[in-house]
Design a protein around this ligand. Sequence first.
Ligand code: ADP
Ligand code: CIR
Length: 437
Amino acid sequence: MPSKQEIESYIAEHGLDKSLQSAIASMVKEGLPDNPLEVIAGKLLAMAGSPTITFSYAPDPDKFFQQVDKVKAEHPDNLCAKYLEKDYYASLTGADRDIFYKCVRTGIDNPDSGMGCYAMTPGDLTKFKPFFGKVIGDYHKSAPACALVHVNDWDASGVGEGGVLDLEKLGMTEPISMRVRVGRNLAAFNLPGAMDKAEHIKFEQTMLPAFDELIATAGYGGKVYSVTPDFGADGANPNFIDDSKYQELVKKHVMFKDMDADPYLKSAGISSDWPYGRGCWMSDDEQKIIWIGEEDHLRIMVMKKGFLINEVFDELKTMLDLVETLDGLNFAKDDQYGYITSCPTNLGTGMRASVHVKVPNLTKDGTDKGAKDVAGPLGLSVRGTGGEHTPIGADGTVDISPRARLFIKESEIVEALYTGVDLLMKAEAAAEACADA
Ligand code: ADP
Ligand code: CIR
């Protein structure tokens, strides 16, 4: 351990302000621990060159489980709280407990969470399987002991009529907005919750040559839009856009919204260092988009207005095949759960296939409740027109998508969207007939 004198001379040389600032900045990022003074002292000691002293960030089991038990009792639908076990938590030590705490903290900070946890590194699902296995099995199959193995399968030749999913055939008269996205993460990086500012910047820089290749590819082109203020020691960000351009892209559903405003992401550290390492690439035709630095390293999507859902699906598959060949992009996969995503809800396919559909009669009260009552039993999620946790459109437009992502084929997801739209439109027509009667 360094002597008091060594610490004092370190502070004299580097400035107390700078040392404390760094310790406090990390607390602002991570949230206030139970033992702030110890953590600050630990950081000062570490800065003074002591590699041996580390203070655990995670709270001790008795203290933590006072909170966990309260959430367990009051929010039985919170899967994180449901499967958190004191003995297991206590069995973890050192860095493992710290990482595990980071994974589960959001579900306890936000008792109304449905899932309540995120992986911090690609290996967490395996390392903390006694917890994640149950949460994943329960969410995806209502079976905490579920041992199914995910299989990816994009062959949609057998869905609809010869692979065609035509919304006009369901009586849709106006083209609607369709979007299919997949979440992907690079095996070589921490997942977003554990990335620091330097890693966010490094990740963005890693993506730039890959984007250059896309831009040079016929049928893609386009450009990169980034909200990263600068590349730190590497200087200016050539793709930086100002706030008004960012807002314009959010309005067009091209860029994602301010992650820092999402309490679930915030307490998981996923929005940390916002807006560093955040941006997107969009093709010339404005239909192909890749987000960087949101809840997953990459969200790869195709979005356009029309009637043919299979077209969006096929175009995404073609783009994904190309992206997978790009240098340096090795996607993280799990032997049991397929593609690894931060949130266990997205595992497997990482796919959300959605349409914006107008259901004014099911949303007469101005909320999504009526639409959810109908959509829920059909296995469909209802979101607002700005995405998750946003309100529905003033004209009764909602975002609907199949809830399933894991232990299901990609082709089954788009098929489920098509049949789901059909059933929802029928329920909307019935609600209209009821209102007219
Ligand atoms: P994700 O779909 O990646 O899980 P969100 O639900 O937050 O995340 O949606 C992200 C953005 O995509 C939001 O701007 C949302 O309105 C937009 N979006 C989703 N589906 C569609 C769609 N079918 N048409 C237009 N925009 C969509
Ligand atoms: C929850 O547990 O309710 C939030 N963390 C949101 C989970 C689902 N959505 C998501 O990951 N995009």
